[in-house]
Design a protein around this ligand. Structure first.
Ligand code: ARG
Length: 462
């Protein structure tokens, strides 16, 4: 590098070289090289637009395109030595282009700034990542629906406060997870609309004096809209915050699934068996098979929430327009995408291999008086007000606790101690199947309804 920073694209006004540490400290190339493809794609479109409006000749445009194609290939093959002295991916690509094709390369930056360039690159990159994530989310949804279909008639206790509440279909439980993901998909698709907005043309902050054609650039890059305000276009990162917020909600959902899988795989519940290849052992306790994948996903939810906090705090109080603070948007965003993709992949891979222990689920549903509400509803059917019925069943449960008997295990005489309206027909409602199939309305746990929900889900998934 020359004494006065003459090698830097912005070196003109400087009279001394950048401090070596400051150069390292302010550079982003170590992480923003990750979107060299989008940077090149943006430059291809920008130069095509410049040629269209007469700011480049066809020949100049062609030289630029050929040069960029070479750089893309070299970068794909890992042949580029990204330079910290050139600060970021934008200046690295531009400098390399000029090395390759000579002075024509210096015309590429006409009518643009790194400020609108970087905003464009991130949006192009994130748009693609959102599509990958949507695919993975849908793969997981399919896995859930397939498992739910196998488990429509499997009964387990539904819990509130992690205490046995009422018997439910395991298929129904799995579809609760599916529904959470439906909303996650919707949120992500909605976020994608705002991500897919073109900042290029905003230049540094105020727009440019050249007769640019932003519609054309947007069309070439597949953007649905063009940012209306140049100051806003180069500065806000709300699209990244929104994405990370959506990702945080997905991770919170995955952490809830994880928690249940961890509980269910324990010897105390023993509801499921996770495939060996998704678990690890202990170096000291030979009997252990640990549910590492769900545990890690549960833990990783914290990282993504942390990334959201980083990004939202990064944006807080920033005056218009671009500030160097915004260079800090990339690492949390990358981390969110990587963590989310990894977690979704692990879950989607694991889902088809989860084995259920129907007997253990059934036994658990038999304990804890899970059909107590059904007995109360039965009494209401015999004209007893619900509050009185609640009281009667409470007493019956107290008796059951004392004598270690489920309601369904009590004789008619025993049950009639609590209310004379109880008849032989009570046993139909005290069975697990009777209880589950009685909740036969939209959103209920009756197998009929679960079947309908599965059909709806299959339609949604296409
Ligand atoms: N590396 C920068 C970033 O990530 C690119 C934009 C730099 N713009 C500037 N005016 N220094 O934000």
């Amino acid at each position: 590098m020359s004494e006065n920073n003459g090698d830097k694209p912005w070196g003109g006004r400087f009279s001394e070289a950048t401090d070596a540490f400051v150069e390292e400290f302010t550079a982003s190339i170590n992480f923003d090289q990750r979107f060299y493809r989008q940077d090149i794609e943006g430059s291809v479109a920008h130069s095509a637009m410049l040629a269209k409006v007469g700011l480049l000749t066809e020949d100049e445009k062609q030289q630029i395109h050929d040069g960029l194609a070479v750089i893309l290939k070299q970068a794909d093959q890992g042949e580029i030595n990204w330079s910290v002295a050139l600060e970021d991916v934008h200046m690295n690509v531009e400098a390399r282009l000029t090395d390759l094709i000579g002075d024509v390369g210096k015309k590429l930056h006409t009518g643009r700034s790194r400020n609108d360039q970087v905003a464009t690159d991130i949006r192009l990159w994130l748009r693609e990542q959102i599509d990958f994530i949507l695919n993975e989310l849908k793969r997981l949804q399919r896995g859930l629906v397939n498992l739910a279909e196998q488990e429509i008639d499997t009964i387990l206790p539904g819990f509130t406060h992690l205490q046995v509440a009422q018997p439910i279909s395991f298929g129904h439980h799995l579809l609760a997870w599916y529904e959470m993901l439906v909303r996650d998909v919707e949120r992500l698709e909605d976020c994608r609309k705002r991500v897919n907005t073109l900042p290029l043309g905003a230049a540094a902050l105020a727009g440019t004096t050249y007769p640019i054609d932003r519609e054309y650039t947007a069309e070439l890059l597949g953007f649905d809209r063009i940012a209306n305000n140049s100051l806003d276009a180069v500065s806000d990162r709300d699209f990244a915050i929104e994405f990370t917020a959506t990702a945080s909600i997905i991770m919170v959902h995955l952490s809830r699934f994880s928690e249940e899988l961890v509980l269910w795989a324990s010897a105390q519940f023993d509801f499921i068996d996770l495939p060996d290849r998704f678990c690890t052992g202990s170096s000291i306790m030979p009997q252990k098979k640990n549910p590492d994948v769900p545990e890690l996903v549960r833990g990783k939810s914290g990282r993504v929430i942390g990334d959201l906090i980083s990004l939202i705090t990064l944006m807080k109080s920033q005056p218009l327009a671009y500030n160097k603070d915004n260079q800090e948007d990339k690492e949390p965003l990358f981390d969110t995408v990587d963590t989310l993709m990894g977690s979704l992949r692990a879950f989607a891979d694991m889902m088809p291999h989860i084995k259920t222990n129907k007997e253990a689920m059934r036994m658990a549903a038999m304990q804890g008086f899970s059909t107590a509400t059904d007995l109360a509803d039965y009494l209401v059917g015999k004209e007893m007000p619900f509050r009185d019925a609640h009281e009667v069943v409470g007493k019956a449960v107290g008796y059951g606790v004392e004598h270690k008997k489920d309601l369904s295990e009590m004789s008619l005489d025993e049950l009639q101690q609590f209310s004379s309206v109880i008849g032989e027909d009570v046993y139909e409602v005290l069975t697990l199947e009777g209880s589950v199939s009685a909740r036969d309305h939209l959103g209920g746990t009756a197998p009929n309804q679960v079947r309908l929900q599965i059909a709806t889900a299959r339609e949604q998934l296409g």
